[in-house]
Design a protein. Sequence first.
Length: 111
Amino acid sequence: MARQIRIEDIGDYAAGQIVKLVRVATLETNRRLKEETPVDTGRLRESWQVIVEDFNGSVFNNLEYAEPVIAGTNLPPSWQGQKKTTPFLDRVAKDMQTYVQTQADKIGRES
C-alpha cells in the first residue's frame, strides 16, 4: 500500500528523502574514492574526509599531493606504467551518476 502523506507534510517528507539521498551518495562516494585511490604508502587513501549536512555532502582530501595524484599527473611509483589512464576521480564521478539515479529511484519506490 502506498504511503499516505498529508498535503501540508509533503515539503518536509520530500526534504527528508533528499537528505537521505545526499547522505547515502556522499558515503558511497567516499567508499569508492578510497577503493580507487592509488596506493603507495596508503596515506592518501586514508586521508579522505566526509562532511554531510542536510542537503550538502562533501568528500575531500587535504594532503598536499592529493591534487596531482587525482589528476593522474603524479602517480605513486608502484602505479607508473599501469593501464589507469583515466584519472580515478573521473571514473568515480561517472559511476556515481548512475548510483545516485538508482538510489533516487529506490527511495521513490519506498515512498
